[in-house]
Ligand binder design. Structure first.
Ligand code: PMP
Length: 354
């Protein structure tokens, strides 16, 4: 008799960044240091409790309508989910069903290989070059699908739209997913390519640029055909993924575009200041177009810096895999004050100043 364990789907799960219970300077999960638009808080506090008694609208119409208007596309071009992780997982399940491997970079968002394993999708990773750039030629061979973040994570490096168009034009046989989790922080979106190519899906999130990681809102924009396939899979899995409060909060965020743009400008200006300071302290890093910097020190080991920062109540992220990045730290951009504290502490650590 076989043991029940032989029928279990075993996976090695993704490891999320730490969410400490104590008050620390938290620069480890690329959250936005600013609160969401005040309109979001207002909408949540004015909600009639009766909406909690009923199931939420399974079509998520208010949020989909607001996003369609904001991006100047039809509602049928938009799909929403519980954070972009949900949207991406659903997209892997829907679109990556070929026997050929899907392609993604060797240094990238570490959830991609987890979903591939979960859904039994074969994959091949493509090495970044010495400057952490993605090599477009590596992505031109026929394959089962492609997923690339732009900017890439955890490097922060962005590629231009022409780079993606070259890859997409070579792949009528599969779906190409561009994960734009960090695109609002200064790089150029590939949204226009979704009008030209019916096999391109652009995935976005409210977690970073809209300061709403706690609400869990992600979305995808693509051709009507692509979105219909995605919705059919979602409604075969769980119809009520997004709750009523989150739907209303998401709409409020979209309505306050001035606030959104002002806070983005704040984060980008702090990022540029932090780059200068880190360089002066002997750090090197690829030029980041996101809300984090991926940096290594020219003499001091990343593990040592990581541990000393943690002792000082400053959390950053360290990945020991793949080995090529184990001497780097990914530092999210906080407020000006938080980054000043970080820089002071790094100065103390790297120069041995007390
Ligand atoms: N894509 C990338 C590249 C990310 O770094 C993250 C954040 N962990 C996500 C997607 C998922 O973000 P969320 O589920 O919060 O939208």
């Amino acid at each position: 008799m076989t043991n029940w364990r032989s029928n279990v789907r075993t996976v090695v799960p993704y490891t999320p960044g730490e969410q400490p219970k104590t008050k620390v300077i938290k620069l480890n999960t690329n959250e936005n240091p600013y609160p969401p638009s005040p309109l979001v808080g207002k909408v949540i506090s004015c909600l009639d409790e009766d909406i909690l008694r009923k199931y939420p609208d399974p079509s998520c119409d208010v949020l989909i309508s607001a996003l369609a208007k904001y991006h100047n596309v039809d509602k049928e071009n938009v799909f929403v989910g519980v954070g972009s992780d949900d949207v991406l997982a659903m997209s892997f399940m829907t679109f990556f069903n070929s026997k050929d491997p899907i392609f993604f970079p060797d240094i990238t968002y570490s959830f991609y290989d987890v979903w591939a394993d979960l859904f039994r999708i074969p994959y091949e990773t493509k090495a970044l070059d010495d400057d952490f750039r993605i090599i477009s030629e590596d992505y031109l061979k026929p394959c089962g699908g492609i997923v690339i973040p732009n900017p890439n994570a955890p490097t922060g490096v962005a590629e231009p739209v022409e780079f993606f168009e070259k890859i997409i034009a070579a792949h009528p046989e599969c779906v190409v997913i561009i994960d734009e989790a960090y695109v609002d922080f200064g790089s150029v979106s590939c949204l226009d390519l979704t009008r030209k190519y019916d096999n391109v899906l652009v995935v976005r999130t409210f977690s970073k640029s809209r300061s709403m990681a706690g609400n869990r809102i992600g979305y995808a924009i693509g051709s009507k055909e692509l979105i219909k396939f995605l919705s059919d899979c979602k409604f075969s899995f769980n119809s009520y993924t997004m709750d009523s409060i989150t739907l209303a909060a998401g709409v409020a965020s979209i309505q306050d575009d001035d606030y959104f743009r002002d806070r983005l400008a704040d984060v980008m200006s702090t990022r540029e200041w932090t780059k200068t300071q880190l360089s002066e302290l002997g750090f090197t890093f690829p030029d980041s177009m996101s809300n984090f910097i991926f940096a290594k020190h020219n003499t001091m080991d990343a593990n040592v810096i990581f541990a000393k920062l943690k002792e000082a109540g400053i959390y950053v992220r360290h990945f020991s895999n793949p080995p090529r990045i184990d001497n780097y730290l990914r530092i999210s951009i906080g407020t000006d004050e938080e980054m000043q504290v970080l820089i002071n502490e790094l100065e103390r650590i790297t120069k041995g100043v007390n």
